[in-house]
Design a protein around this ligand. Structure first.
Ligand code: KG4
Ligand code: ZN
Length: 346
């Protein structure tokens, strides 16, 4: 069955709209990033984010339809992220989606943002063998999932405190590096001299598939204080920044790889995907490629523009849900938290 689906995403700091044909062919994927608006606060400020979504939603929607050369009448369904995220932000996308669905008489599909990150893998690797092990790591969430069937993912573990991207953003702030911190730490770590510096990795017991990143942040802070850096103290040298960035990135990334190895064994994974902004990290990709437990799994890594927040992944999963009859009505609500399984999400 041919399908033309519009996706709308506004859960965090990207205002995004996309048109996808048959669940995989991305006709347009327009992303308006707010990074520069939040940079001076070193994190996403909900009120600034929702106001910016309101200003940018309609121009971005028009651009997505224009680039795809599609009119609203041509659409089969309208998919929108309705969880998890900041309520004020989610409501902007949901309101736009409801208005379009109502005006043009189109089915409305509520999509879980984290499940959409997972689904992005199937947009470029539809035949990836199941079960698939999926890591979603971003500024807002870090979790492992087992995907037993397309559109059905079960959470195996999640962070108990900070998300991996959040930990990188906070570590970068301590080192005086710019926001977003993930890419800044990655760049600084590249120049690091050989060093014995390392920070503790929180494995949370021999079997846990959960994560905890708040301890490594404290370890970095304690290390800097010992050197008299930060607060009333001196600024770090370039070499110290590079050394700390390298050790900090290793502590965050290597834990994720160890948890992936554990989870691959637990669920008997045959394929592997990584999504969310942190999936762009080269150390993560190199460590996976070097892991005897992970390197032989079929890699279904989405391209970078489908890893970070985008609406094509929302349209992609929305297509599947629409085809499965899992649509919503105009009472669709915004929800702050992710579903632990995709069955519960719709
Ligand atoms: O998925 P995303 O674009 O937005 C959400 O947070 O939902 O992820 C953004 C996060 C930020 O915390 C950023 O520091 C991190 O992804 N990030 C990276 C890299 N690029 C972005 N972390 C590590 N290495 C990168 N290359
Ligand atoms: Zn995301």
């Amino acid at each position: 069955m041919s399908a033309l689906v519009l996706g709308i995403e506004s859960s965090c700091d990207e205002t995004a709209c996309a048109v996808v044909r048959d669940g995989r062919e991305v006709l347009s994927n327009v992303i308006g990033s707010q990074t520069e608006l939040h940079a001076r606060w070193r994190g996403v400020v909900p009120e600034i984010a929702s106001r910016s979504h309101m200003q940018r939603m309609l121009p971005i929607l028009r651009e997505a339809l224009d680039r795809a050369q599609v009119a609203p009448h041509d659409l089969d369904a309208i998919a929108v992220t309705n969880r998890p995220g900041m309520i004020g932000c989610l409501l902007v996308g949901i309101s736009a989606a409801k208005a379009l669905a109502w005006q043009f008489g189109k089915p409305l599909v509520g999509v879980d943002h984290v499940q959409a990150h997972i689904h992005a893998a199937f947009m470029t690797a539809p035949d990836a063998p199941l079960p698939m092990l999926a890591l979603v790591a971003s500024g807002g969430h870090t979790a492992l999932y087992e995907v037993a069937a397309h559109g059905y993912a079960t959470r195996l573990g999640a962070t108990r405190d900070d998300a991996a991207g959040e930990a990188l953003d906070k570590g970068a702030a301590l080192l005086g590096l710019p926001y977003p911190g993930g890419p800044a730490i990655e760049r600084a770590a590249l120049g690091a001299p050989a060093s014995a510096l390392s920070f503790p990795q929180a494995l949370l017991g021999p079997e846990s598939l959960d994560f905890s990143f708040s301890g490594v942040k404290t370890a970095l802070l304690t290390h800097l204080r010992k050197l008299g850096i930060g607060g009333e103290g001196r600024a770090p040298s370039e070499r110290e920044v590079q050394e700390c960035a390298h050790a900090y990135q290793a502590a965050v990334v290597d834990v994720m790889v160890k948890k992936l190895e554990r989870a691959a064994t637990t669920c008997g994974a045959r394929s592997l995907s990584i999504g969310g902004g942190v999936a762009r990290n080269q150390r993560l990709r190199d460590k996976i490629a070097a892991s005897p437990r992970l390197r032989d799994l079929v890699q279904a890594f989405p391209p970078f523009d489908l890893c970070s927040d985008n609406a094509a992944m929302v349209a992609g999963l929305g297509t599947l849900l629409w085809q499965q009859g899992r649509t919503s009505d105009l009472t669709l609500e915004a929800m702050a938290t992710a579903a632990s399984t995709s069955r519960a999400a719709h």
